[in-house]
Design a protein around this ligand. Structure first.
Ligand code: MG
Length: 375
């Protein structure tokens, strides 16, 4: 090690930063509740809703800020109130132990130890930390990680189930800008085939399918996958319940299409047992506690020769822009959450002709829209 390297300290980075601000050298956490309003009623196998509770977080240090987000569809079991409780513990037990935001690994390990669950609340701390550090350094994370932005894929755009043919047609029109369609199936056979036939009556774009654990018989699921392949489908997400791993492995062994784990894959510790049962995993920041663990999941999946996908909940541009940073590493991206929202409170990741476009902007590349949140 050179003498210069031995003497390196985090403040060297701040001195090199183009915009040096001065402020408190204590990490400060603030938050604001936000109700995400969806453009369409969102129906998946098992539930239907028009809004998503969200909490926007902000970490401040030395005059710099970073934003994060917890997005909480009901099935995750978290609420805005449970986030508030969690943040109080972060303020009391974690932040005072760190004098700068760059020890992301140690900070996130301490955050993870607070409770066994609260993955969305944890992700909102992780995302804000990454935005903050990137803003201080003055670089985007995809660049600091050495990813090629040209490898970022097209995102799919979800057409949720709807009983009305007219509404399905409206949703297809709404998705006309996109190159890849995602369809939520897992209803009855007649309804699943009706959705696909409606789309195929007027649209030739490739389709990926999310059954959201909705199919209950492995023989039926395999027959459906063969039928779907004939209809131009490229990939199947979570064909059966996460409790039916043996049945899913049976399907995967015979499937003519890649089968990806979503509900079966929450955190990095889930991955080893999924090898062989699925072709790959769908990484979602709200389930895996954020970018710190997501990067480790990518490494593990690559070592196990498993395919990669990045997904999202109904999220604002804050969490979507965070997930976009890892998108050059994945085969499929499902990062349309902000496009499904009618009241996004930030600008961030851009789609150009449906492709994720990573810009050379610091942190997560976020700009707060005027007049929607006060944080
Ligand atoms: Mg899914």
């Amino acid at each position: 090690m050179t003498a210069a390297a031995a003497l390196w300290k985090p403040s060297d980075l701040f001195a090199a930063s183009p915009v040096k601000k001065s402020g408190s050298k204590k990490l400060q956490l603030d938050w604001e509740d936000f109700q995400g309003i969806m453009k369409f009623t969102f129906t998946i196998s098992g539930s239907s809703r028009t809004t998503t509770p969200i909490v926007i977080t902000r970490l401040s240090w030395d005059g710099y800020v970073g934003y994060g987000e917890a997005a909480m569809p009901p099935y995750l079991g978290e609420t805005q109130a449970s986030c508030h409780e969690f943040y109080k513990k972060v303020i009391d037990n974690v932040l005072p132990k760190f004098d700068n935001p760059f020890q992301i690994e140690d900070i996130m390990k301490a955050v993870d130890k607070i409770t066994t669950n609260n993955t969305a609340a944890k992700a909102s701390i992780d995302i804000a930390l990454h935005d903050l550090c990137g803003n201080i350094i003055g670089q985007p994370w995809w660049k600091m990680w050495g990813f090629n932005p040209k490898d970022a894929p097209y995102t799919c755009y979800t057409i949720g189930y709807d009983a009305s043919d007219e509404m399905v047609n409206t949703k297809i029109t709404e998705a006309s800008w996109n190159k890849l369609i995602k369809v939520k199936l897992g209803m009855t056979e007649a309804e699943d085939k009706r959705m696909i036939n409606l789309i195929r009556a007027r649209d030739t774009r490739p389709i990926v399918i999310d059954a959201n654990q909705g199919w209950t018989d492995k023989y039926y699921a395999l027959d459906m996958i063969h039928w779907l392949k004939e209809k131009g489908v490229e990939m199947i997400e979570q064909p059966m319940s996460k409790y039916c791993l043996d049945e899913i492995a049976w399907i995967t062994e015979r499937s003519p299409l890649p089968v990806m784990a979503d509900e079966s894959c929450q955190r990095i510790t889930d991955i080893p047992k999924l090898k062989g049962a699925f072709h790959g995993i769908n990484i979602k920041l709200m389930k895996c506690t954020g970018l710190y663990e997501a990067r480790q999941m990518i490494t593990m999946a690559e070592q196990l020769h498993m395919k990669l996908m990045v997904g999202c909940m109904t999220e604002t541009s804050v969490a979507i822009s965070a997930a976009a940073q890892i998108s050059p590493k994945v085969e499929w991206a499902d990062l349309d959450g902000n496009y499904l929202l009618g009241n996004d409170c930030f600008d961030g990741m851009k789609l150009v002709d449906g492709r994720i476009t990573l810009e050379d902007k610091p942190g997560l590349g976020l700009t707060k829209k005027k007049g929607i949140i006060s944080l």
